[in-house]
Design a protein around this ligand. Structure first.
Ligand SMILES: *[C@@H]1O[C@H](CO)[C@@H](O)[C@H](O)[C@H]1NC(C)=O
Ligand SMILES: *[C@@H]1O[C@H](CO)[C@@H](O)[C@H](O)[C@H]1NC(C)=O
Ligand SMILES: *[C@@H]1O[C@H](CO)[C@@H](O)[C@H](O)[C@H]1NC(C)=O
Ligand SMILES: *[C@@H]1O[C@H](CO)[C@@H](O)[C@H](O)[C@H]1NC(C)=O
Ligand SMILES: *[C@@H]1O[C@H](CO)[C@@H](O)[C@H](O)[C@H]1NC(C)=O
Ligand SMILES: *[C@@H]1O[C@H](CO)[C@@H](O)[C@H](O)[C@H]1NC(C)=O
Ligand SMILES: *[C@@H]1O[C@H](CO)[C@@H](O)[C@H](O)[C@H]1NC(C)=O
Length: 598
């Protein structure tokens, strides 16, 4: 009977081949997953067959830009705005910090709720929790099951933070607003079970928005760093580096979770009309704080920097009726909000930076995005902007985080897996075949795997002396279409382009909402709240802003830049500017001198 139903549904899909109104949306976010750590990007070491199946049968977005840290990536996703609009740029919000996305912002799930969706967040929140009005169930999610801060221990769900030699520690795990104290098990599995139960109990006459925001493969947020599910440690015995083996176990747990969610959707006959998205919030922390032994190779840099390894991540969109593709356009994390609202048949009514890419992805229309503000961090003083194939990076970037990391992690001590066997036997491959009659074309898969593997094009040099690192006097410029690893600096050879892109950055900088330097509120200490990280500030309390001067632009004005401005045809510039930053254009014209701090 079930088989017959599947056959019937599959015929419907094959014949109609279109996306029904108000499709279900399952949005899966990984935390600190390295670019090079999914097998469809070419890894022969870490196997991610379920994610790969979505990539091969769906749309791979190789030029997907997010942010260098979790909070800005997530705030952009939820608001459709660059984080500088909401003061959430730079380092993630600390658990003891009184900060969050302002309740005056309207978030993606609020729009979807209005369109009749049942909306659920499972896993990480990360955009503010000091006050009740910042919490997910007050921001458009019908239900929430997970953690509110940046990371927790995978078994105790506790979060630890040290301020002035005082260690703040306590439980960060909630069902809506109730602390969960009786749950046991590995976090990835607990979240997955919750997602599967939610799908099983979902009223299928209502469209579903399920946001599964994993902790994996972020380092544990307690006292222990790498905590894979027990059974997935041995599964990665072939990997020589011991810490890397544990990281691979975390990634394998994440991939297995994707398979279980796909299986649950198929069981409820929801799969044929569900959009499944898989992305990472930012690249791996290959070095420094929260190091997880992930690898962004062949991309440069690590989490928290403006380099591609931090801000360009794995991104896949799948729906049974969207043709398989490697999508050629530029996509920014802020684009999800308008794109998914369009997929759900709605409209937004706010001024945002995100662009609706739905028709470009599903109907082969030309990609509408031509540039993107990649990062702007007024605490570390750095920024990156992409225009066409070019990327500019300015300001203060740590040389110690600007290298290539992870070649020493790639070694095997035992033979690895046979990729084809792993791929064809995973849950997602079996479900696709059984319920949607989607048989994987292995030649197509091999071609997509080869074409989304940047290694062929990259000469990873470990010779740091040759790599440009920006200073206050000079930034770096790259043509990513031929140099995705950011090794060949074009700053000196392309002065016109540099001046133009710097000017774009000056305009954005002049409009930023400063990021307050994170400080701990002593009242946040979980020791004061039964060792639970509860909200501790009344909604009505004024947000305290440390007195701070407006941050100055992190690049000195050069003679060349001034000359460029003088030569500029202001009328033409105003016209072109109006297209990109309508609201800032007039202010810019009046304040052009004000942009420079002489
Ligand atoms: C979460 O709490 C709600 C009530 O707010 C309850 O109905 C539900 O069963 C709880 N879920 C779990 C998984 O405990
Ligand atoms: C499912 O949702 C529909 C539409 O809102 C509603 O009419 C129906 O009563 C719901 N079914 C259950 C079992 O709640
Ligand atoms: C957008 O729509 C919502 C709900 O319909 C409304 O509350 C809000 O005021 C609107 N915002 C603007 C700027 O029109
Ligand atoms: C792999 O991809 C590269 C870049 O697209 C191409 O030059 C090369 O021929 C491909 N190799 C195979 C075996 O398809
Ligand atoms: C890679 O870069 C190194 C150092 O710049 C250079 O010597 C070598 O020839 C390059 N290899 C290729 C294949 O381009
Ligand atoms: C840390 O010390 C500073 C300076 O004494 C103080 O202002 C701040 O409140 C302290 N923070 C905590 C969390 O105790
Ligand atoms: C909160 O801010 C408002 C407006 O700036 C001010 O009038 C009010 O006095 C402040 N309240 C407190 C308790 O500081």
């Amino acid at each position: 009977m079930r088989q017959l139903f599947y056959i019937f549904m599959s015929l419907v899909v094959l014949i109609k081949c279109e996306i029904y109104s108000r499709p279900n949306i399952v949005f899966i976010v990984a935390d600190d997953l390295g670019w090079g750590d999914v097998s469809f990007h070419g890894s022969d070491q870490i196997m991610t067959p379920n994610i790969d199946m979505l990539a091969y049968q769906g749309v791979i977005i190789p030029q997907y830009y997010t942010h260098a840290y979790g909070t800005p990536a997530r705030s952009a996703l939820l608001t459709g705005k660059y984080p500088i609009r909401t003061g959430t740029q730079g380092i993630s919000i600390a658990s003891a910090e009184d900060h969050g996305v302002s309740p005056t912002e309207r978030l993606l799930p609020e729009y979807l709720q209005e369109l009749g969706y049942s909306t659920h967040l499972i896993g990480k929140w990360g955009v503010g929790k000091s006050r009740e009005h910042y919490l997910p169930t007050n921001r458009g999610f019908d239900t929430f099951y997970g953690f509110l801060g940046s990371s927790v221990d995978y078994f105790t769900y506790n979060h630890v933070e040290t301020w002035n030699d005082t260690v703040f520690y306590g439980l960060d795990f909630f069902n809506n607003s109730d602390p969960i104290e009786d749950q046991r098990g590995h976090l990835t599995e607990v979240l997955t079970e919750q997602a599967v139960n939610l799908i099983r109990n979902h009223n299928t006459s209502v469209p579903l928005y399920l946001h599964i925001s994993h902790a994996a493969p972020h380092a544990g947020g307690g006292y222990v760093n790498l905590q894979p599910p027990e059974d997935l440690i041995a599964a990665n015995d072939h990997i020589a580096h011991t810490a890397r083996r544990y990281y691979a176990g975390l990634v394998a747990g994440l991939d297995r979770s994707v398979g279980h969610v796909i299986l649950a959707l198929a069981e409820r006959q929801l799969l044929h009309n569900t959009i499944v998205i898989f992305v990472s919030d930012n690249g791996a922390a290959s070095t420094g704080l929260n190091r997880n032994f992930g690898s962004n190779l062949p991309l440069r840099g690590t989490k928290g920097t403006p380099w591609e390894g931090a801000v360009r991540t794995t991104a896949v969109v799948w729906h049974a009726s969207i043709p398989s593709n490697i999508w050629p356009g530029l996509f920014h994390v802020a684009d999800w909000m308008p794109t998914l609202i369009a997929a759900a048949g709605g409209n937004y009514n706010d001024t945002i930076d995100g662009i609706n890419q739905w028709n470009a992805i599903t109907k082969d229309e030309p990609p509408p995005r031509h540039d993107a503000l990649i990062t702007m961090d007024d605490l570390t003083d750095s920024a990156a902007f992409r225009q066409g194939d070019y990327k500019i990076i300015i300001g203060n970037v740590e040389p110690d985080k600007s290298q290539f990391y992870g070649t020493e992690l790639q070694k095997l001590r035992l033979p690895g897996y046979s990729y084809e066997n792993v791929l064809l036997s995973c849950d997602t491959a079996l479900v696709f075949k059984e319920t949607l009659f989607l048989n994987l074309d292995l030649n197509m898969a091999a071609m997509k795997r080869n074409n989304s593997n940047l290694y062929w094009n990259i000469n990873v040099t470990t010779n740091s002396e040759n790599l440009c690192v920006p200073t206050k006097a000079k930034g770096c410029l790259y043509d990513l279409s031929v140099d995705p690893a950011e090794t060949n600096d074009l700053w000196s050879s392309h002065p016109e382009l540099v001046h133009h892109m710097v000017l774009r950055l000056r305009v954005y900088w002049s409009t930023l909402n400063p990021r307050q330097r994170p400080t701990a509120d002593p009242r946040a200490n979980p020791a004061l709240h039964d060792f639970i990280w509860l909200p501790w500030v009344d909604n009505g309390e004024n947000v305290s802003k440390a007195l701070q001067e407006f941050p100055s632009f992190p690049l000195q004005v050069s003679v060349g830049e001034l000359q460029y401005l003088v030569d500029f045809n202001l009328k033409a510039f105003k016209d072109s500017l109006t297209n990109y930053v309508q609201s800032s254009a007039d202010a810019f014209m009046q304040n052009i001198v004000g942009l420079f701090s002489f």
